[in-house]
Design a protein around this ligand. Structure first.
Ligand SMILES: O=c1[nH]c(=O)c2ncn([C@@H]3O[C@H](COP(=O)(O)OP(=O)(O)OP(=O)(O)O)[C@@H](O)[C@H]3O)c2[nH]1
Ligand SMILES: [Mg+2]
Length: 198
């Protein structure tokens, strides 16, 4: 069984990756299993820059294959904000509840079609001796008028997905991992990963 380290301290993402990759035979570890590893500062201006920083820094430190995810939500009416700044949109320390409240306040009374948004995910798979692989995924929806559902993490309770008539916070793990930006990106990786590992 191959072990894959995910360069994340976000427990919500860690859960998504376990559900998505363990059935494919990977043993998943995250930075929650390596508390001695220092925080990698996300100084990039794009998802790819930040995902590369996380994957390549940790892969060099641990001398092992490492997958990093940089992701966020982009809201059309806010010119794509919060984008790469999604985790800390309402400032430090990062808080999902404060981020959600800030988004709702900024969108005010805007209605349905004017609340369009998408989640974006860039994954970088790095290895000490190989060129990194880069893939992306996205999913489109709308920002709900108020949070709904206790599942998932981050902006999930605000992200209304019209195809299922539910927010991501109301989806089962299996539903989220069928339709999410993260699963979309992993599908792209799936086509490349076997050659890359061998
Ligand atoms: O509702 C959500 N469902 C998702 O599926 C999702 N994916 C990303 N996000 C948001 O975007 C930030 C990423 O920022 P990010 O990539 O820097 O991650 P992070 O700082 O939380 O953890 P790490 O992986 O860097 O350790 C996260 O914190 C969340 O606010 C999501 N929200
Ligand atoms: Mg981060």
């Amino acid at each position: 069984m191959s072990t894959l380290i995910i360069a994340t301290k976000n427990a919500g993402k860690a859960n998504d990756f376990k559900l998505l990759l363990e059935p494919k035979g990977f043993e998943i570890k995250t930075l929650l299993d390596y508390p001695e590893i220092p925080e990698v500062e996300e100084t990039g201006y794009t998802f790819e820059e930040n995902a590369r920083l996380k994957a390549e820094t940790i892969s060099a430190l641990l001398k092992a294959p490492v997958l990093a995810d940089d992701s966020g939500i982009m809201i059309d009416a806010l010119d794509g904000q919060p984008g790469v700044f999604s985790a800390r949109f309402a400032g430090e320390p990062k808080s999902d509840a404060a981020n959600n409240a800030k988004v709702l306040a900024m969108l005010g009374e805007l209605e349905g079609g004017s609340r369009q948004a998408h989640f974006h995910c860039t994954l970088v798979l790095a290895h000490p001796d190989k060129e990194s692989l880069v893939v992306e995924g996205k999913v489109t929806g709308e920002i709900a008028q108020f949070p709904k559902g206790d599942n998932g993490f981050g902006y999930d309770p605000l992200f209304f997905y019209p195809e299922l008539n539910k927010t991501f916070g109301e989806l089962t793990d299996q539903e989220k991992n069928t339709f999410s930006h993260r699963s979309e990106a992993l599908k792209q990786l799936d086509n490349l990963i076997d050659d890359w590992f061998n």
